[in-house]
Design a protein around this ligand. Structure first.
Ligand code: AKG
Length: 209
C-alpha cells in the first residue's frame, strides 16, 4: 500500500459528498502515475472519441481496467477492448487502487479507469456519470499536470461553483454528490511542470458493473 501519510484533510466544497484533497499525491507519486499512463497508452493509445451526435470530444481518452468507458455513434458504454485496436485495456496500476482504497473507502474495487488527456484548449461540458450499474459506489478522480477549472453543481440542478484542480489533487464524488453535474471549464496552460509538453491528465476510477 502506498504511503499517503500524513493523510490530508479534505477541504470544504459546499456540496455534501464531494470530497477534495489538495496535494494528496507527492511529486514522486505523481511522476509514477505519469509513467504508468505512458506505459498504458503504449498498449491502448489515446484517441479522440465522438459523442453519439458525432461531435468529436476535445479531450483524448484511453482506459485502464477490465472495462473502459467509450463514446461513439452507438452511445456511451463500458467495454473490455479499445475501440480502435480491439485489444484489452491495460490493468489499473496498483498506485491508483491504493488511492481508491484510501479515499473511496468502499469495499468494492474499481473495474474501470478512464484516462482523459486535456491539451491547453480542451474542456468537458457539464454532465453526470450515469453509465455505471450502482450509484452507491463513489467515483474517484486524480489530477496530474496543468491545473483545471472544475465546475460542479448539485445533482438536482441549481447554481454551479468552480474549484481549481491542480496536479496531485484527488477528489471523490460519493453519496449525495455521486450524480453531481460536473465538467472542466478550462485548463490553465503552463501552470505545472509535471508534463514536459504541458497539458493535463485526469484519471477517473469507477465501478462500472
Ligand atoms: O477531468 C476531470 O477532472 C473530470 C473528468 C470527468 O468529468 C469525466 O471523465 O467524467
Amino acid at each position: 500500500m502506498a504511503d499517503f501519510s500524513p493523510l490530508p484533510v479534505p477541504v470544504p466544497t459546499g456540496l455534501d459528498g464531494f470530497l477534495l484533497w489538495p496535494e494528496f499525491l507527492n511529486l514522486d507519486q505523481q511522476k509514477q502515475l505519469v509513467e504508468s499512463v505512458r506505459d498504458g497508452i503504449r498498449i491502448a493509445p489515446l484517441y479522440r472519441p465522438v459523442t453519439p451526435a458525432g461531435r468529436p470530444f476535445s479531450v483524448r481518452m484511453s482506459n485502464f481496467g477490465p472495462l473502459g468507458w467509450v463514446s461513439d455513434r452507438e452511445g456511451y458504454r463500458y467495454q473490455p477492448h479499445h475501440p480502435q485496436t480491439g485489444h484489452a485495456w491495460p490493468p489499473i496500476p496498483d498506485l491508483l487502487l491504493d488511492i481508491w482504497k484510501a479515499t473511496a473507502r468502499h469495499p468494492r474495487l474499481p473495474d474501470a479507469c478512464l484516462i482523459n488527456f486535456y491539451d491547453a484548449d480542451a474542456k468537458m461540458g457539464l454532465h453526470q456519470d450515469k453509465d455505471e450499474a450502482d450509484f452507491s459506489v463513489p467515483v474517484v478522480s486524480v489530477s496530474l499536470g496543468d491545473t483545471a477549472v472544475f465546475r460542479y453543481a448539485p445533482p438536482e440542478g441549481g447554481p454551479s461553483r468552480t474549484v481549481k484542480l491542480s496536479s496531485g489533487h484527488v477528489c471523490v464524488l460519493g453519496s449525495k454528490a455521486r450524480l453531481a453535474r460536473h465538467g472542466i471549464d478550462r485548463i490553465l496552460d503552463g501552470s505545472s511542470q509535471l508534463l514536459p509538453r504541458g497539458g493535463r491528465i485526469n484519471l477517473t476510477l469507477r465501478v462500472a458493473r
